[in-house]
Design a protein around this ligand. Structure first.
Ligand SMILES: NC(=O)CC[C@H](N)C(=O)O
Length: 302
């Protein structure tokens, strides 16, 4: 595995330069574009890394999985009264469908859906950002995981589109807390800084029937774990979820910080990171890395 990871990173490295670092959140644009890393974590606790696997980056939309899991933990099936679990076929920040579908987001991994989940968590936790941070610290086994407040503040200053979504949902009665407060919380969890190693470890319960070995916690039931993986497989990469299923064939979740997490049920979790994105907002070199790795090992679940 170790030799394979080194080989694959060398193979995809020439793609760096063909994508574009996200700059609609100005603080995100400061990252060095030529970074590339991978962490692979086995259900048996084995860890393989290559490249910039230990460098923390902004997890952005990958955090939507953590907030969804928290909401499922305290509210279970009831959350689906507020949003769906259908792929959207739209960019992650699209407003169009939300208006047509009366303020009910298609799924928890587009921004509108993640904002509803944040609203649900806001109603439940006294300090939602701290609850999320502590949850992620336990899952990753890294007590130093923290929010990069500079990035959270930068996104708040440029919140127009996400704010528009939240207020639109409020106008349809599908938003219960103060919009600005929920936006702040959502931007904070998107601004968590984690490395490929942190994320591969934090997602391992999804490859292990809901059980996180290093924290000793049953995070979700077996059934709930299958359900979260199914939503990742159908919606984890927005309007590129089909392409990801075709090329990689695993449940996955991406973020505009350039990270992508993928789950090999029963075996491994993988996190790749490279900041340059393709047009759909997914890491260009990251997608290629996962494609080659999945093909070489025969990991596709399809
Ligand atoms: N796709 C993403 O990673 C988007 C997350 C980002 N915080 C946003 O709301 O726009």
């Amino acid at each position: 595995m170790q030799a394979l990871l080194n080989e694959i990173l060398d193979q995809v490295r020439p793609l760096i330069g063909q994508g574009k670092v996200a700059d609609y959140i100005p603080a995100l644009a400061d990252v060095a574009a030529d970074q590339l890393g991978i962490g692979v974590y086995g259900n048996d606790g084995e860890l393989f890394t290559a490249g910039d696997a230990q460098t923390p980056f902004s997890i952005q939309s990958i955090s939507k999985v953590f907030s969804l899991v928290q909401a499922i933990q305290h509210s279970g099936e009831a959350i689906w009264q507020r949003l769906g679990h259908e792929p959207s076929g739209q960019p992650f920040n699209s407003l169009l469908q939300l208006e047509l579908e009366s303020g009910r987001p298609r799924n928890p991994f587009i921004n509108a859906g993640a904002l509803v989940i944040s609203d649900i968590n806001q109603s439940r936790f006294a300090a939602p950002v701290l609850s999320m941070r502590d949850f992620v610290r336990r899952l990753s086994g890294n007590p130093h995981v923290a929010v990069d407040n500079r990035i959270a503040e930068s996104e708040y200053q440029h919140r127009a589109r996400n704010a528009a979504m939240a207020y639109l949902m409020q106008s349809f009665g599908n938003f219960h807390n103060d919009v600005e407060k929920v936006l702040r919380g959502y931007f904070s969890h998107c601004a968590l800084s984690m490395s490929c190693v942190d994320l591969a470890k934090a997602f391992c319960f999804l490859a292990n029937d809901g059980f996180c070995k290093h924290s000793g916690e049953q995070i979700l039931s077996v059934r709930q774990t299958q359900q979260v993986n199914s939503i990742m497989a159908t919606s984890g990469l927005y309007d590129e979820a089909g392409n990801f299923a075709y090329r990689v064939g695993l449940p996955g979740k991406s973020g505009v910080g350039g990270g992508i997490v993928a789950v090999v049920p029963g075996q491994y979790t993988i996190c790749v990171w490279s900041p340059e994105l393709n047009k759909a907002g997914n890491s260009l070199a990251g997608m290629a890395t996962l494609e080659v790795l999945s093909e070489r090992i025969g990991w596709s679940v399809f």
